[in-house]
Write a protein that binds this ligand. Structure first.
Ligand SMILES: Nc1nc2c(ncn2[C@@H]2O[C@H](COP(=O)(O)OP(=O)(O)OP(=O)(O)O)[C@@H](O)[C@H]2O)c(=O)[nH]1
Ligand SMILES: [Mg+2]
Length: 235
């Protein structure tokens, strides 16, 4: 069985704090995230998939578009829909593995569920470094949340200048069909123009909520295979 790991520049909370000069209170958040990642790595099952990849996934978008609802629903396999809005302050880390379609491989996502409120943007940029995949969410009933995807994508891409980071644009709340203001074609076109995959979902109605992560798993796995082939060709 082979095993593969992507590189994590932020695994040590103290070195991140040194590098970013975070104040003492935020330091504990960084250390907790790093410890959680290390603990989950140690607990990875040994049997099963041929290749297990790990990917840092940035989940971003405007406030109240449904990022946390998506993350919770995905982690609980559809068992938990967060009905009441609870603003995310900073970042919440969730970990979940998915199988890569049509392979025996899997990707373990370290999902950085990020606050949509501007108030936390400075903190986010410090914790977002070295992402592997991006999940950008907007609300199909909220035009501003779609327009702000430009701003979000710019910020996310600034984390990995010159690198190809696979990403997906997700339109949420399709259950509110009579309040819809952003059409699928319009969003799809924007996604294509910016090199993103596109999908729509209703977390509330449990429709398609796994699709973004399946798409990202496939894209990240493809990237991995391309890199392996490059290494083989150089050997
Ligand atoms: N109708 C409907 N409501 C949804 C859906 N998904 C999430 N919501 C609701 O939208 C509200 C905001 O959801 P959150 O997941 O907390 O939003 P968020 O994007 O994490 O917001 P921030 O943490 O502030 O960035 C909650 O009341 C959810 O129940 C959906 O598919 N349809
Ligand atoms: Mg949230």
């Amino acid at each position: 069985m082979s095993r593969d790991r992507s590189q994590w520049g932020w695994a040590d909370g103290r070195s991140v704090a040194r590098a970013t000069r975070l104040p003492r209170a935020r330091l504990s958040v960084v250390a907790a995230l790093a410890a959680s990642v290390r603990a989950h790595r140690r607990r990875l099952p040994r049997a099963g998939a041929m290749v297990r990849l790990a990917a840092k996934c940035l989940l971003a978008g405007d406030p109240a578009v449904g990022k946390s609802a998506l993350a919770q629903m995905f982690r609980s396999d559809g068992a938990h829909f967060q009905k009441n809005y609870t603003l995310t302050a900073g970042i919440e880390l969730l970990v979940k593995a998915v199988s890569v379609p049509e392979t025996s491989d899997s990707v373990e996502f370290f999902i950085f569920d990020s606050a949509g409120k501007d108030l936390f943007s400075e903190m986010l940029e410090k914790l977002w470094e070295q992402p592997n995949v991006l999940c950008l969410v907007y609300d199909v009933t909220n035009e501003q949340s779609f327009n702000n995807c430009n701003k979000w994508l710019e910020k996310l891409r600034a984390q990995a200048v010159g690198m190809h980071i696979p990403g997906v644009l997700v339109g949420n709340k399709t259950d509110l069909a009579d309040r819809r203001v952003v059409e699928q074609e319009q969003a799809q076109e924007w996604a294509e123009k910016h090199g993103l995959e596109y999908c729509e979902m209703s977390v509330k109605e449990m429709k398609n909520f796994e699709a973004p992560f399946h798409i990202l798993a496939k894209l990240f796995h493809q990237l991995y295979k391309e890199k392996v082939e490059t290494f083989h060709s150089l050997a």
